[in-house]
Design a protein around this ligand. Structure first.
Ligand SMILES: Cc1cc2nc3c(=O)[nH]c(=O)nc-3n(C[C@H](O)[C@H](O)[C@H](O)COP(=O)(O)OP(=O)(O)OC[C@H]3O[C@@H](n4cnc5c(N)ncnc54)[C@H](O)[C@@H]3O)c2cc1C
Length: 473
């Protein structure tokens, strides 16, 4: 589709990530007559690629193939569906735990109907309880969470199936490489959007607007909220590293749990340090955000032949800044930029042993590492020039603690990649149906600061769709 076909739609959805897709799926399921337009600044799923996966180096695509486009940040994600309301966002601030669990089960059934794997990890209560018990001896909290793991290739396939369903069988249109510049408001009511596609501007109107721009569009959404006087509050920013160790260190945890969600409060600063996005047999990856900042991430494939010998996971320190500072995203990006500056634009990697000895990792030292880095273009360096002492000390103390339940983690050859940063952005004020104080303007998903993962983002889409359909009656 070159430009939006119509001038007016029932619903315009900004962002084709899981939040936007699930809005459209539920809207069209509940009312097949609805004309829906989804716009995304990235490409359609069939055109999405990340050259890094074949070239082993980032060529800074504009827009980044990992972050933007149909399926949003979910397209090349690891596809771990967290099936507990305790994980992946704050939806329980807007509904009861029971309700959240029911919605998760519902969204999960949709993933299953599009071909997600049947297997769920972390359901063996005896083993989970044993790990939890052992962790508690060392001041470590294990957050149990059943996980359905799609794997990167399957996640792509499932989200592509949703695209085909919506485009071929419903009155949903998708406009790729289309950015929403502004949301148009009249008399305190959302009435449309100003779009830019191929440098041409268009105004398209709609009865309802759903803004689901993800982390990549979080700053844009905050700006819109400021312009429209929608209150928003600072969320925490999570800054840290991606840790990579041999599978042999983590297998006893990941074989059962798939993802061991561990929390430790650091000894020196009493800061919360948590593990996140664990990828057994996975690869470390990098993603580029607007403004050219490059951050580290990770994922894994479900197929055995694509598994690696390493497990990677994020180790993040949460900070909620207090007044007068209110730019947590900028702060996180600033730290990320330091790593980019020292590496010539990319990701830095350091052996834990070198960090502890106060020296940089260079190519020769990295060659000696028995843990072979899976992010081939990471530049060996010294993270102590990048991460503030508070973060670095907290991370080192947490690794030392986790070594007690995963012996070998606190080893000289454990690899630390920087910087990993999760921006939860400003939390935009919404009611329990995710509607802002502007009538018929909803905002959901990661970009609104409400969620942090595929499942909860999907759930917010379902909630909004049901509310809109109930109003259309
Ligand atoms: C490498 C990687 C691995 C991950 N692994 C997992 C995992 O295993 N499990 C898990 O639960 N989560 C994972 N995540 C996180 C997960 O992908 C996100 O939480 C989820 O995609 C958020 O959904 P969303 O719909 O809110 O936003 P997104 O998926 O980010 O989608 C937002 C979309 O909005 C578009 N957009 C932004 N601004 C505009 C604008 N102004 N105009 C038009 N379009 C706009 C963007 O192009 C984007 O496509 C991973 C993320 C990455 C990057």
């Amino acid at each position: 589709m070159t430009i939006p076909m119509k001038k007016h739609y029932d619903v315009i959805i900004i962002g084709a990530g899981p939040a936007g897709i699930f809005s459209a799926l539920e809207l069209s399921k509940l009312n097949s007559k609805l004309n829906i337009l989804i716009v995304d600044k990235g490409k359609s799923i069939i055109n999405r690629t990340c050259p890094m996966r074949t070239l082993d180096r980032c060529i800074n695509c504009e827009p980044c193939g990992i972050t933007y486009g149909w399926a949003g940040a979910g397209a090349f994600s690891d596809g771990k569906l967290s099936l507990s309301p305790e994980v992946g966002g704050n939806i329980t601030d807007y509904m009861s735990e029971d309700e959240a669990q029911k919605l998760i089960n519902y969204a999960d059934s949709i993933y299953l109907s599009f071909g997600a794997q049947q297997e769920v990890h972390g359901l063996n209560n005896k083993v989970v309880d044993d790990i939890k018990y052992e962790a508690s001896k060392h001041n470590i909290r294990l957050i149990p969470c059943p996980v359905r793991h799609l794997g990167t290739e399957k996640a792509f396939f499932v989200l592509e199936g949703m695209y085909k369903q919506l485009i071929e069988n419903t009155k949903t249109e998708f406009s790729e490489l289309t950015s929403v510049e502004d949301i148009i408001i009249e008399n305190n009511r959302a009435v449309g959007v100003n779009l830019v596609k191929k440098k041409e501007s268009y105004k398209v109107t709609a009865d309802y607007i759903i803004a689901a721009p993800g982390r990549g569009g979080a700053e844009w959404l905050s700006d819109q909220a400021r312009k429209l006087n929608i209150p928003n509050t600072n969320n925490a920013v999570d800054i840290g590293v991606r840790v990579e160790v041999p599978n042999s260190i983590m297998d006893h945890l990941t074989k059962e749990l798939y993802e061991a969600k561990l929390v430790y409060y650091s000894d020196t600063f009493d800061n919360k340090v948590r593990t996140f996005c664990m990828n057994p047999g996975g690869v470390v990856s990098q993603e580029t955000y607007e403004g050219g900042i490059t951050l580290v991430n990770g994922h894994s494939y479900a197929e055995d032949e694509r598994k690696t010998e390493n497990t990677n996971f994020a180790m993040l320190v949460s900070t909620t800044f207090t007044e007068p500072f209110n730019e947590p995203i900028e702060y996180g990006k600033y730290v990320g930029r330091l790593a980019n500056m020292l590496t010539g634009g990319g990701i830095m990697v350091q052996r834990l042993g070198d960090l502890l000895q106060g020296r940089r990792t260079d190519k020769d030292r990295l060659k000696k590492s028995t843990t072979i880095p899976t992010l081939k273009n990471a530049v060996p360096g010294d993270l102590s020039y990048v991460l503030p002492n508070r973060y670095l000390t907290s991370i080192i103390e947490a690794i030392k603690a986790f070594d007690k339940i995963a012996p070998g983690m606190y080893s000289k050859n454990t690899l630390l990649y920087g910087v990993e940063c999760k921006f939860y952005s400003s939390k935009i004020q919404v009611n329990n149906n995710f509607e802002t104080k502007i009538e018929n303007l909803y905002t959901i998903g990661d970009g609104a600061g409400i969620t942090r993962g595929l499942m909860q983002a999907s759930v917010t889409g379902v909630v909004v769709a049901r509310d809109i359909v109930s109003k259309c009656k």
